[in-house]
Design a binder for this molecule. Structure first.
Ligand code: FES
Length: 161
C-alpha cells in the first residue's frame, strides 16, 4: 500500500477548488500519481471537500480511465478476434486463468499479472495471439502457456506458476 501524503492531497484540492469539474481533475491527478485511486485517498478527498464518498465512487466507476486497484506488473492480453477465436484462443484463456487462479479482467493476488481479453491485435496471420506487456506471442499452443508465463515469473523469482 502506498503511503498517503495528506498534505499533498490537501494542496491538490486547494489547486482545483472552485473550478469546473474539479472532482474529476482531482481524481485524474491522483490516478496519475498512484496509478489508481486508493481508497484512503478517496476518503481523504471526501473529508477535505465535503463531497460524499458515494459520489466520489460514482465518478470513479463512471469513467473507464479510473482504476480502483493498483496496476499489475505484467498485462496479459488474449486476443479473441475472429481468427484467434477460431484457432483456439478460448482454450488459451482458460489455461491462463487456471494457472494464475484469476478470471479475465482480474489481477493475480500478488499483483504480478492482469489478464485481459482484446479484439484483434492486428496480426491475425499469427493466430492465436497472446501479448504480454505489448510483446506478441504468435501461434501459441495451450501446452506453451506455462513456459511463456514462467519467463515472467522467473524474472521475479518469487512467483510460482
Ligand atoms: S484476430 Fe487475433 S490478431 Fe487478429
Amino acid at each position: 500500500m502506498e503511503n498517503i501524503n495528506t498534505e499533498e492531497i490537501k494542496s491538490l484540492i486547494q489547486k482545483w477548488k472552485g473550478k469546473d469539474g474539479n472532482l474529476v481533475m482531482i481524481l485524474h491527478e491522483i490516478q496519475n500519481r498512484y496509478g489508481y485511486v486508493p481508497r484512503p485517498v478517496s476518503l481523504e478527498v471526501s473529508k477535505e471537500t465535503g463531497i460524499p464518498l458515494a459520489r466520489i465512487y460514482e465518478v470513479i466507476t463512471f469513467y473507464n480511465y479510473f482504476e480502483l486497484c493498483p496496476p499489475a506488473k505484467h498485462t496479459i492480453s488474449v486476443c479473441m478476434g475472429t481468427a484467434c477465436y477460431l484457432k483456439g484462443a478460448p482454450e488459451l484463456l482458460e489455461e491462463i486463468e487456471t494457472l494464475l487462479h484469476v478470471q479475465e479482467g482480474q489481477s493475480t493476488e500478488d499483483g504480478q499479472f492482469h489478464v485481459n481479453v482484446v479484439r484483434c491485435l492486428g496480426c491475425c496471420g499469427l493466430a492465436p495471439v497472446v501479448s504480454i506487456d505489448g510483446k506478441i506471442f504468435g501461434k501459441v499452443k495451450k501446452s506453451e502457456i506455462m513456459e511463456i508465463l514462467s519467463r515472467y515469473t522467473h524474472e521475479e523469482n518469487n512467483v510460482k506458476v
